[in-house]
Design a binder for this molecule. Structure first.
Ligand SMILES: [Zn+2]
Ligand SMILES: [Zn+2]
Length: 248
């Protein structure tokens, strides 16, 4: 291309200048802010003396090394063997996943955060074998521990103040008032508390002792009464207790 042709081409192109005021923008970008990475549930503030309660805390405390309980039933000698524990079976299964009623986790985390103290779960899920092993009584056959709907615990550092802990549990339900359970068919001397969703029992130091509760403190037992997700009452179901978890 000769310089002449180039000159002719360029002279045909009309360039309009763009005029803007200083600082003029159509879409002003927001100033940038440093973002914290979201925390994983197992990442804790360094100051908290406790870990967040998850369903992992509920694993069956059975141990195959526990010697069998030998009992007499209707004139026959019966052996109750403990289960093999966490290595031998899962938590209860719902929708293909290990499941503990979320309300139990929420309540126990609420207690931990309210007091800044650690919740010690002494009995979470119990498979049927372990449930019978800890307590072979007729009443305990239908324990909700077997379906992941019950937890027994105390609070470290508040061992002697279980009533304060129960007060804290009740405060979790500002809209659902509690009543006392007065029917008397219970294994505790303190009248239990209940509302629509939960049933709370207090075990004194001489009450409700078994291999899951080998400590000298009072403890609190929580039972789920109502499943707000499925909108139905939570009852012990034999089939669920027997077949509701995986065995390895
Ligand atoms: Zn077990
Ligand atoms: Zn219990």
């Amino acid at each position: 291309m000769t310089p002449l042709v180039l000159f002719l081409l360029v002279s045909f192109i009309e360039v309009e200048p763009i005029w803007r005021l200083e600082g003029e923008t159509r879409f002003a970008p927001k100033p940038q802010e440093m973002q914290q990475n979201p925390r994983y549930p197992w990442e804790e503030e360094e100051t908290t003396p406790f870990k967040r309660i998850t369903k992992e805390h509920f694993r069956c405390k059975g141990n195959a090394l526990n010697p069998p309980h030998i009992v007499e039933q209707n004139g026959e000698v019966v052996y109750h063997y403990d289960c093999g524990g966490v290595g031998k079976h899962s938590l209860p299964i719902r929708d293909g996943k290990e499941f503990i009623y979320p309300l139990l986790l929420d309540l126990l985390n609420h207690v931990q955060e309210s007091f800044g103290k650690k919740v010690i779960i002494t009995s979470g899920h119990r498979c049927l074998d372990h449930n019978t092993f800890v307590d072979a009584s007729y009443r305990n056959h239908t324990s909700k521990h077997t379906i992941g709907a019950e937890a027994a615990f105390y609070v470290q550092g508040m061992e002697e103040e279980p009533l304060q802990v129960i007060q804290c549990l009740m405060e979790y339900f500002p809209k659902s008032p509690f009543q006392r359970y007065e029917k008397g068919d219970v294994d505790v001397s303190t009248l239990p508390w209940y509302n629509r969703e939960i049933y709370i029992k207090l075990y004194k130091p001489h009450e409700g002792r078994n291999i899951d509760h080998r400590h000298p403190y009072p403890y609190i037992s929580l039972q789920i009464r109502y499943d707000t997700h499925l909108n139905e009452r939570v009852l012990f179901v034999w089939d669920q207790a027997v077949k509701g978890y995986h065995r390895y």
